[in-house]
Design a protein around this ligand. Structure first.
Ligand code: TMP
Length: 236
């Protein structure tokens, strides 16, 4: 069995470990929750279990539908073996409905349907607060190559179509989400990181109730209960 060796990275929500196979890492999901670039800190009980298992369920489906992912094998409630990648320093966000920073930036009421799925990039750089960045900027800075960027866009839109249908079957509207991609040693782009209530806005189709990390960000209450309810629906 693949086992954790030295820790090579600790992020806000996950730790990453080397294994005895240089092409594999183990990610370990924590219950820590942060918002606003780490200014708000807390814990969401069993979030690590929910986000690990939910990500793996979704990554399996996404992989079957033609978007390669880093998922290899779930080891335990919080630990998963993944392909070792170098994460591209871009947060890839797709929005179907206006919310969050989009609503604020452009003065559009939250809940306003967008005329088309809208992709945006943030530059992953905590000290700058992950600023919005466009394709030309990313290419000019050498963050990604042109063929990689084309794949990122293609895969992100495909993931949006898969996720929209997946969540709708479970009574959830996919408002927006953030994904991250990584590259293998040969430069191939694959989906990495996670897809969870931390990284998606999900609204109940009947009530429009917020069923995601906005409950933590905005102090809306019932945070743990909401993660468990999403988990229940995702497991079907
Ligand atoms: P935003 O409206 O705050 O820009 O968020 C857009 C989407 O990205 C939303 O689903 C939450 C997710 N997100 C993350 O996963 N990580 C982050 O650091 C931020 C700011 C947003």
């Amino acid at each position: 069995m693949t086992e954790k060796l030295q820790q090579i990275y600790e992020g806000k929500a996950k730790k990453v470990y080397a294994t005895d196979d240089p092409t594999l890492y183990i990610v370990s999901y924590k219950d820590d929750a942060t918002a606003f670039n780490g200014q708000k800190k807390g814990q969401i009980a069993d979030k690590g279990v929910v986000n690990n298992t939910m990500t793996n369920i979704i990554f399996r489906i996404i992989g079957e539908q033609g978007v390669p992912t880093h998922f290899v094998e779930q080891l335990s409630e919080r630990d998963t073996v993944v392909k070792a990648v170098q994460i591209l320093p871009l947060e890839v966000i797709i929005r179907n409905v206006a919310a969050g920073s989009f609503s604020k930036r452009y003065g559009v009421e939250e809940g306003t349907a967008l005329l088309r799925p809208t992709l945006e990039f943030s530059y992953k750089k905590d000290e700058l607060g992950d600023p919005l960045i466009n394709d030309d900027h990313a290419l000019a800075l050498g963050l990604v190559t042109e063929p990689q960027l084309a794949k990122v866009r293609e895969y992100a839109h495909k993931v949006n179509e898969i996720l929209k249908a997946f969540f709708l079957e479970r009574g959830l509207k996919l408002i927006d989400f953030k994904i991250e991609f990584g590259t293998l040693a040969d430069g191939t782009v694959i989906l990495a990181d996670e897809i969870s209530p931390d990284t998606c806005r999900l609204w109940d189709v009947e009530t429009n109730e917020k069923m995601d990390k906005d409950r933590f960000r905005r102090d809306l209450g019932n945070v743990e209960e909401t993660y468990q309810e999403v988990f229940r629906r995702v497991q079907g």
